[in-house]
Design a protein around this ligand. Structure first.
Ligand code: FES
Length: 181
C-alpha cells in the first residue's frame, strides 16, 4: 500500500464573493446560541447543523468563516465536520438516504436494501444523482439494531425495512423532492 499526499498546507480555499455566514446570522447566533455555552466552541455543533441544513454542505469557506466567528482555528471546525456523518463538505442532494451497514443490519440483509436504492437511483454509496435530488450514504450503526435493517430518509429513521417498504419510501421521497418539501 502506498500513501498519496496532497499539498494541503499550500492549497488555496476557493472563496466566493458571497459569504456563507452573513451579518444577520452572526447577530442571531451571538444573541441566541453563544449565551448557552461557557465557551464559544460549544456553539460549534448547532451552528454547523444550521449551515448544513441551509446550504446542504459546509464547504471550506464556511468552515473558515465559522472559525473566525467563534474565535477558534479552522482546523477545529474541519475536524468536527469530517468526524460526523451528518456534515458534508460537498453539497448533498435534497434528500439524503442513509442505509445502515453495521453488524445488526448486515445480518438482517441490509445489502438487499442498499442494492435496491442503488438500482433505483443509479448511484453508489456516497454519490449524488446528477440532478442533485438524492444522495446515498452507507452509514454506521444508527442506534436501532433491534429493528434492523434501518435507513434514514433525511432525519427520519425507518425500521424493519423490506424491499417493498423501501420502494414505497422511495416513491414518497421522489414526490416530496419534486414538490419541494
Ligand atoms: S447496526 Fe444498524 S442500527 Fe445498529
Amino acid at each position: 500500500m502506498s500513501w498519496h499526499t496532497k499539498p494541503s498546507s499550500t492549497s488555496r480555499v476557493p472563496v466566493s464573493a458571497t459569504p456563507f455566514v452573513n451579518a444577520a446570522q452572526k447577530e442571531r447566533w451571538t444573541r441566541e446560541i453563544l449565551p448557552r455555552y461557557a465557551q464559544s466552541q460549544g456553539a460549534l455543533m448547532p451552528i454547523l447543523h444550521e449551515v448544513q441544513h441551509e446550504h446542504r454542505c459546509i464547504p471550506l469557506q464556511a468552515m473558515v468563516e465559522i472559525a473566525a466567528f467563534l474565535g477558534i482555528h479552522p482546523a477545529q471546525v474541519f475536524d468536527t465536520v469530517s468526524f460526523y456523518e451528518e456534515f458534508h463538505a460537498e453539497k448533498v442532494g435534497k434528500c439524503v438516504i442513509g442505509v445502515c451497514q453495521s453488524i445488526a443490519c448486515e445480518v438482517c440483509n441490509h445489502k438487499e436494501i442498499l442494492d435496491r436504492v442503488r438500482t433505483r437511483l443509479g448511484i453508489e454509496p456516497h454519490e449524488t444523482t446528477a440532478d442533485g435530488r438524492f444522495t446515498l450514504l452507507s452509514m454506521e450503526c444508527l442506534g436501532s439494531c433491534d429493528t434492523a435493517p434501518v435507513a434514514l430518509f433525511g432525519e427520519t429513521l425507518h425500521e424493519n425495512l423490506t424491499v417493498a417498504k423501501l420502494d414505497a419510501l422511495l416513491d414518497e421521497a421522489v414526490r416530496n423532492v419534486d414538490a419541494g418539501h
